[in-house]
Design a protein around this ligand. Structure first.
Ligand SMILES: [Zn+2]
Ligand SMILES: [Zn+2]
Length: 380
């Protein structure tokens, strides 16, 4: 018998949560890399499938290899493919180590891969697109870790000026009156790796339209393991679902040993059918394919393969001229929306603040040469 060929490589997980698409690959301890194409934003880069290269901004949650292992490659490939320098947003606490790692590659390659590092403090906004702000917040993990929220900044006319004719408004504005006010609509939260804690009850997290959260453990007797690794257990997710207002909660970072059928069964058991409806699993290819086909049918669009000349869906159903926000809305699949009314005052015990233990691309553009005297580092 001839030996078998290698296993076929898994494709990227894909979810359409209008108006956003979520791409990525995420298996606990092995790989996590996510992308929101509508925001030109990636989160983490444990591996770097080609599709991930197009994220202009990449926000890194923490330094575990399954989240950062392909960072240098991502920076180098973006440069190689003529896509511009990578913009890496990270927790300022890990910025020096990222620089050291990138310097190591400069030594190895004999050339310097350009990249822009944007170290941030908690809540320091980074404008990743016009009026779209990315902010980090401290998560609780076994090493310094951030979660991120993305919000859209909007302006509205103050109530007292509503109904006034345009000329009058212009006159007021020209006269120096501030006729508008600004507010933010939380769009997406990504937790990164984290234990449950008060940070998951932040207003911008609770009110995000989409929450992408890790959930590493599903078995009832794995709660202790979740605690030790400072990860989320499915029971934490169930508690959290009682207070978040998201339309979709996308679970990632599920271990390879967890069967998707079992994961779906467990979330229905612990969260109840209504809250479980909001929960999607990024790496559940089969369910997500069926879901997307349902979305296409509901939108009156042909199924993939029905019309091969048709370009792939873009913009995830975002209406012309529409903003990114607009409050919770149902997707074409009639997705669930809204949270339980009056649930906001409830703080699940495990979320209260706690003390914790411790191919042939474009020709390679010229690289900047190494500095004449590279810094010397002590040998291990
Ligand atoms: Zn991880
Ligand atoms: Zn981790």
């Amino acid at each position: 018998m001839l030996p078998k060929p290698p296993p076929r490589e898994a494709t990227l997980g894909f979810l359409l949560c209008p108006p956003f698409r979520i791409y990525g690959e995420s298996i606990a301890g092995e790989i996590t890399t996510l992308m929101i194409p509508e925001l030109d934003l990636g989160f983490d880069i444990g591996s770097c499938p080609r599709a991930m290269l197009s994220s202009k901004h990449l926000a890194i949650t923490h330094g575990h290899m399954d989240h950062i292992g392909a960072l240098a490659y991502y920076c180098s490939q973006r440069r190689f493919q003529g896509m511009g320098d990578a913009k890496i947003v990270c927790d300022e606490r890990i910025a020096p180590a990222i620089r050291t790692m990138m310097d190591g590659f400069s030594d190895l390659e004999g050339q310097r891969t350009p990249y822009t590092l944007i170290p941030v403090q908690p809540d320091q906004p980074v404008e990743i697109k016009n009026n779209i702000l990315l902010r980090g917040f401290k998560a609780e993990h076994t090493c310094p870790a951030f979660g991120y929220t993305v919000a859209e900044k909007r302006t509205k006319l103050k109530a007292e000026f509503l109904g006034l004719p345009q000329e009058k408004l212009k006159e007021l504005k020209d006269g120096g009156t501030d006729i508008t006010y600004s507010f933010e609509v939380p769009l997406i939260t990504y937790t990164g790796d984290t234990a449950p804690g008060a940070h998951l009850l932040r207003e911008d997290v609770r009110k995000s339209q989409i929450i992408i959260s890790e959930c590493t453990f599903f078995e009832p007797d794995h709660k202790e393991r979740a605690k030790v690794g400072m990860h989320m257990h499915i029971d934490d997710i169930a508690e959290w679902l009682r207070v978040v207002e998201c339309q979709y909660l996308v679970l990632v970072h599920i271990s390879r040993r967890t069967d998707m059928m079992y994961a779906r069964k467990r979330i229905a058991e612990v969260a109840g059918p209504k809250n479980a409806e909001k929960v999607l699993f990024l790496m559940d290819y089969k369910a997500n394919k069926a879901r997307y086909e349902g979305q296409l049918i509901a939108a009156g669009e042909p199924l993939p393969g029905a019309d091969r000349d048709r370009p792939p869906p873009r913009g995830g159903g975002r209406g012309p001229g529409g903003g990114f926000g607009g409050g919770p809305r149902s997707g074409p699949s009639g997705g669930p929306s809204g949270g339980p009314p009056g649930a906001r005052s409830f703080t699940p015990p495990s979320f209260r603040p706690q003390t914790r233990p411790t191919d042939g691309g474009a020709p390679r553009p010229p690289m900047r040469p190494l500095p004449p005297t590279p810094p010397t580092r002590p040998q291990p």
